[in-house]
Ligand binder design. Structure first.
Ligand code: BV8
Length: 313
């Protein structure tokens, strides 16, 4: 008999025969077993993982001045070219919301997961810094960061906009062009190095954990399926499974990440010591998920000075 391929062997263990879990508890224990047996776990997080920190998802309707826009309308190079102040102020409002938010038990559970498995790759579509603030390391950010700005004309380097730079985009110190949020806008290519690293992890992992994402925005949305087609078990944590693919190696864990992730990690690694020192994350205790994110949002962000949409000379 050909020497068994250790990766396939590990996969056979990590992805037990599909049992079509009837209940969420069954899905949870099958998922916990797969996580416990895994050598390499790849996590993809979306806006839902920050929902319990009070950060609205992209599905949640925008409020206040932006109520009449869809995120996709503001998060594009054309929108910035046409309305730089409006777009800049939207990002400034999101930035101050993130600054006053705290990581939640879902972020912390992913820090614990990374300390319990041999290899954990955390890929995020989020542009907030809550994973890093929870203690996650080497986070692969596919869509950039809300907390930085870069020159819209392409000069190298980034800066961290301050609260008092919320009214209009500052100028690039090198060329005088407008600074723009250091994020990937719709219609813009994502940083290839990050996407390649994410894709390689999706191919190589034993278990792919998709948390709080609607799996709509490409090419990130393809990662779970790339992983499933390479034999990994795919665990999907989301309170709403609409639009989520189903399949023999896909385990749906229906519920808020801040409740289900700590429960899943606790069940998977009960009695297992940390392989690596967890960063400064406090021990995980299950907490009731706070009221829905949108309900926590400050109704109207600070009134911007909309003299005209073009920044003053
Ligand atoms: C590109 C940064 C090409 C900015 C973002 C193929 C088919 C169709 C369309 C396309 C395609 N390929 C490309 C496209 C176009 C487009 C796209 O995918 N459009 C979608 C809308 C159909 N993709 C692009 O434009 C990409 N670029 O393709 O470039 C190219 C190539 C070479 C050269 C030139 C061009 C760039 C995409 C990146 C856009 N930037 N963000 C900013 O943030 O302002 S994407 C942005 O939206 C977020 O970062 C995030 O990624 C995405 C939102 O998705 P989710 O995170 O999943 O959030 P969402 O709100 O949708 O869902 C929340 C989920 O959480 C829900 O499922 C909900 O049930 C769940 N939830 C709620 N509460 C909880 C919870 N889960 C757990 N716990 C809870 N408590």
């Amino acid at each position: 008999m050909a020497a068994s391929d250790p990766l396939l062997e590990r996969r056979r263990v990590a992805s037990p025969p599909p049992t079509d879990p009837q209940t969420r508890a069954e899905a949870l224990s099958v998922a916990a077993r797969a996580l416990r047996a895994a050598e390499h776990v790849c996590v993809l997080s979306g806006a839902g993982v920050s929902a319990e920190s009070g950060i609205p998802t992209f599905r949640d309707a925008l409020t206040g001045l932006w109520a009449k826009y869809k995120p996709q309308e503001l998060a594009t190079p054309d929108a910035f070219a046409a309305h730089p102040i409006r777009v800049w102020q939207w990002y400034a409002a999101r930035r101050s919301m993130v600054r006053s938010a705290q990581p939640n038990p879902a972020h912390q559970a992913l820090v614990t997961l990374a300390s319990r498995v041999a290899h954990c790759t955390l890929v995020t579509q989020n542009v907030d810094d809550l994973h890093e603030r929870a203690g996650s390391r080497d986070v692969i950010s596919l869509h950039g960061s809300l907390m930085r700005a870069r020159c819209s004309a392409g000069c190298p380097g980034t800066m961290v906009p301050t609260e008092d730079q919320a009214a209009e985009p500052p100028k690039c110190v090198t060329c005088g062009a407008l600074m723009r949020p250091d994020v990937v806008w719709f219609g813009e290519p994502m940083p290839m190095a990050q996407f390649e690293a994410a894709r390689n992890a999706a191919v190589a992992c034993d278990v792919f954990l998709s948390v709080g994402t609607s799996n709509v925005v490409e090419p990130a949305a393809s990662l779970p399926w790339i992983s499933a087609t390479h034999g990994a078990t795919v665990i999907v944590v989301n309170p709403n499974m609409d639009g989520q693919r189903r399949g023999p190696s896909i385990l749906p864990i229906e519920g808020p990440a801040g409740v289900m992730l700590p429960r899943l990690i606790a069940e998977a690694f009960a009695g297992r010591r940390a392989r690596r020192h967890e960063s400064n994350a406090p021990p995980i205790r299950e907490q009731a998920a706070p009221a829905s994110a949108a309900a926590q949002l400050p109704i109207d962000p600070p009134a911007p000075i909309l003299s005209s949409d073009q920044p003053s000379e």
